[in-house]
Design a protein around this ligand. Sequence first.
Ligand SMILES: Nc1ncnc2c1ncn2[C@@H]1O[C@H](COP(=O)(O)OP(=O)(O)OP(=O)(O)O)[C@@H](O)[C@H]1O
Ligand SMILES: [Mg+2]
Length: 412
Amino acid sequence: MMNYNEILDSYKKLAALISNPSPDLQYPEIYNALGSLEEDLNLLQILTPSNEGLNGVILLKDQVVALLNFVAGLNHMQQQQQAAGFGIPPPRSQSPSSDSIDEPITSEQLSVKGFKDIAGMWELKEVLKMMVILPKKQPQLFENRRMTNSLLLFGPPGTGKTKIVHGIAAEANCSLFAISVADIMQKYLGESEKTIKNYFEMVRNYKGFSILFFDEIDSISQRRGSRDAGYSRRVLTEFMCQMNKLEETRNCLVVAATNCPWDLDPAVMRRFQRRVYCPLPDDFERYEIIKLMLDESGIEPQALDWSSLQKQTKGLSGSDIKNGVQAGLDKPLLDLQVNRLWKVTKSGFFEPCDKNTSLEENVVCMNLDDIPDKTVRASKPKVADILNALSKVKPTVSQNDVLKYQKYNEEF
Ligand SMILES: Nc1ncnc2c1ncn2[C@@H]1O[C@H](COP(=O)(O)OP(=O)(O)OP(=O)(O)O)[C@@H](O)[C@H]1O
Ligand SMILES: [Mg+2]
């Protein structure tokens, strides 16, 4: 560990390096150096709290960080401008490292239109309705009563965690602030905490009810570089501090999702009043997902032999099933690539010939590439295509992983 003078010197050296950057200055190295210096500084603060000089060092540190963010941001901007073929812009008077936050997604902008687009997950839907729709519609029920307004969703990938959060926002017609924690953690030093704080402040002051959704919440304690534990701790502290204030907030729901719950700090985990496991879909849910995916395809779900499909799709996630059905629906488009015989309709469209095409029809032999634009029609997808595509899907979640999630769910 460095002593007071060494830390002071190191900050001064870093300040000199940053304020007069050489073209090959490695910003990640400087960030890492700052991270480790900060750890030493934290230790020094604990060991010698009465050292009056420390305040000066902390001030210097803040200035170095601000300077670095400014210079690194400027450098990044110049590189982008050069890549786009522009000259180097004049320096800006303001730090380009922005603490701006994204606009909310309104219910009209969501691709999910409500719970009808989500198969199964019945219990979770009820919980979400109780948390979002009830306080909106029947606020008198919540007078003089503590609100349940934080929810953690965990489970294997592709089980609809993100989709159901979009679903409740659409169902309740409220705004959604969707935040990727992994992205936040890549921000400049000091910016991550600020962004988190800004989002919480934003929803607290928001007109009407909104949902603050932290996706990949487990990334909150992970950041590039080995020696920036101090940094992660600060972000965690800010997050927990904001979550504590949530008790007094009545116009928002904070939801977080993760597929690595074991990586989540227990203190963060404790901040969520409700924790819900989103497992792989059961037999009935898998059927419901297939039905949803076949909607508008022209294939009746009853045409699928569910008793054999039930076994075949066991262990697949919602996302695996979606991809499988999509591959089946795409089969007619794929077949077009190798088709040579086309039936030309009276209105000038080219349709692939099949066994029902009669010799009297206008048939031509051509490659797809030679057919005029916007004149090709594909055949309708067939049940056999869907079954075949689903039989080829490999589960993305292994049996071992399923057991790991189940064990975790029982223990926490
Ligand atoms: N129950 C479901 N109903 C409808 N679609 C589903 C369902 N489960 C999964 N899907 C589909 O699977 C895809 C992945 O879902 P989503 O992104 O919500 O999963 P996730 O649990 O958030 O995954 P990850 O943990 O990897 O972020 C989506 O396109 C969604 O349409
Ligand atoms: Mg997700």
